[in-house]
Design a protein around this ligand. Structure first.
Ligand SMILES: CC(C)(COP(=O)(O)OP(=O)(O)OC[C@H]1O[C@@H](n2cnc3c(N)ncnc32)[C@H](O)[C@@H]1OP(=O)(O)O)[C@@H](O)C(=O)NCCC(=O)NCCSC(=O)CC(=O)O
Length: 487
């Protein structure tokens, strides 16, 4: 049975959402069609036609997602936690204390036993194999596999690609990563290509926005290839700073290739909104909360601040303040606006911000799988149900933090579960260094066929929220032991 506040809210929504429609209908009924037509003069009709023509000519072209393909990580790259810990023991610069710390973190990280690390990280001592050549090898394996899959899936040939946008935060060689792709696929010599680096985990959604913008200036019907990945190989931290050991435990291999177009032919999703929020201006805590630096011994790593959860929550708040008006029904917007005004007007009165009910706007949420505590925080902030964060938790468990590609693994999860329907809206939320929180909204035109090949095809039958409620427990002093699952 529904509780009274919920019932009240349903009634409130009905009243507010019907109010506008009722007002318009009343005005039209009072005037009557004959009266409306008699009010119109030729000059009105001409102005309306001119305004409509100008609008049609200037409005941005609609952009569609033809399809996407996530790197289907090879089982050979699987890194059970015991192996990971064994490898850290063979890194001479890492102390026993750091090894114990990482064992503890891994056990509670929400990552499962099937996440993948690049080939170089499977050798001992790992740091000796983190070379530029091995980084290129990892990049090529991940990205070429995803692009090959995408081209096969869509039947689009490489010469139909007019725009290429790639983001990879920490690996930025020359020739650039987009040059590697242009060279491999023999893409057009006048391709508009952009290589984003250093932009963190939210850059995948920035790439989507950038591709959308570039598609406005190339011939209609052109295709934009968007590639989002993080190359793990060169980023193995060998020091003992706890905040810098965290990324070793969380980040794993992954990548996605997505094809966008201004043509709706064979498209599977329509791009509805891209909303970017940057909270680093004048806020050093936010700016430094994911920070590449050297520790006192000169070892380079990524320092993840303990404040990250709070900062991610605040930047999400800023992002939804801009997203809300675009996607929420009037009733939710009104409550949100009232709470905003009340909070501003009565600063001392500790009024909690109103959290809109996003299930009214979206059927599926794909929240960047940054870490277990991050998902927990966002679930709490947005008051989401376990089902609404399921794709995020499952992706973290099965693939780890794959950085900017993680929302795509989540979209693939929803599709592999057969939950996507025509007309469903999907909200992708990315956040990362800067500090940035970005959102992309898609509307499904054509769900994927149920049993297609994809990153979840071999495991979806055994994936469910219930299977990840416990955390794998590794015995730090016994690397040979098989980790057990603590439920
Ligand atoms: C790592 C965890 C799974 C640990 O979970 P726990 O339930 O054990 O939580 P906990 O907070 O008690 O942490 C356990 C121990 O780790 C320490 N600890 C936790 N976070 C730390 C940090 N950032 N720096 C230093 N130490 C840290 C705690 O002090 C504690 O130590 P002691 O027990 O000694 O007191 C969780 O904290 C988590 O998910 N954190 C978020 C990870 C994160 O920042 N992800 C975003 C990646 S960046 C990204 O995705 C975007 C981008 O790169 O752009």
């Amino acid at each position: 049975m529904r509780s009274s506040p919920v019932k009240l809210k349903v009634v409130y929504r009905l009243i507010v959402d019907s109010f506008l429609a009722a007002s318009c209908a009343a005005v039209l009924l009072r005037l009557g069609p004959a009266e409306i037509i008699s009010c119109l003069r030729p000059v009105h009709l001409f102005s309306a036609a001119a305004a409509a023509t100008v609008y049609l000519m200037l409005r941005p072209r609609a952009v569609y997602l033809v399809d996407y393909a996530c790197f289907d990580t090879s089982p050979l790259l699987r890194i059970p936690m015991a192996s990971f810990i064994e490898h850290t023991k063979h890194t001479p610069t890492m102390s026993e204390r750091s090894v114990r710390f990482m064992s503890r973190l891994l056990a509670r990280s929400g990552l499962g036993e099937e996440t993948r690390l690049p080939e170089a990280h499977h050798f001992i001592p790992t740091h000796e194999y983190c070379t530029l050549e091995n980084a290129r090898t990892e990049f090529e394996l991940v990205v070429f596999s995803a692009i090959d899959d995408l081209l096969v899936k869509t039947g689009v040939t490489a010469d139909a690609i007019g725009v290429l946008v790639l983001n990879c935060s920490l690996f930025c060689p020359t020739p650039s990563l987009v040059d590697i792709i242009v060279n491999k696929y023999n893409l057009c010599c006048d391709i508009r290509s952009v290589n984003l680096s250093g932009m963190g985990c939210s850059a995948g959604l920035i790439s989507v926005g950038l591709a959308r913008n570039l598609l406005q200036v190339v011939p209609r019907g052109s295709h934009a290839l968007v590639v989002s990945t993080e190359t793990i190989t060169p980023n193995y931290y060998v020091g003992n700073e706890r905040a810098m050991l965290l990324p070793n435990c969380l980040f794993r291999v992954g990548g996605v290739a997505a094809l966008l177009s201004t043509s709706p032919a064979n498209a599977r999703f329509r791009l509805k909104h891209v909303v970017r929020t940057f909270t680093g201006a004048n806020d050093d805590n936010a700016y430094r909360c994911v920070f590449q630096e050297e520790d006192e011994q000169g070892n380079v790593g990524i320092n993840l601040s303990k404040n990250l959860m709070a900062i991610a929550g605040a930047s999400l708040q800023a992002n939804i303040t801009r997203m809300g008006p675009l996607v929420l029904p009037v009733s939710e917007q009104l409550l949100f606006a009232l709470s905003f005004v009340a909070r501003k007007a009565l600063r001392g009165a500790r009024i909690r911000p109103y959290i809109p009910d996003f299930s009214m706007a979206f059927k599926h949420l794909c929240i960047h799988a940054g870490g277990r505590a991050v998902i927990d925080e966002l679930q709490k902030r947005l008051r989401l149900s376990d089902e609404q964060v399921e794709a995020s938790r499952m992706t973290l468990h099965r693939f780890g933090n794959t950085s900017s590609s993680s929302p795509w693994y989540e979209l693939a999860y929803v599709e592999a579960k057969g939950r996507m329907r025509k007309g469903h809206r999907v909200w992708m939320i990315g956040f990362g260094s800067g500090f940035k929180c970005n959102s992309v909204v898609w509307e499904c035109i054509q769900p994927a066929a149920r049993n297609i090949h994809g990153p979840w095809s071999t495991s979806i039958h055994r994936e469910s929220l219930g299977s990840v409620v416990g955390y794998a427990v590794v015995q730090p002093n016994d690397s040979s032991s098989i980790p057990r699952i603590n439920r």
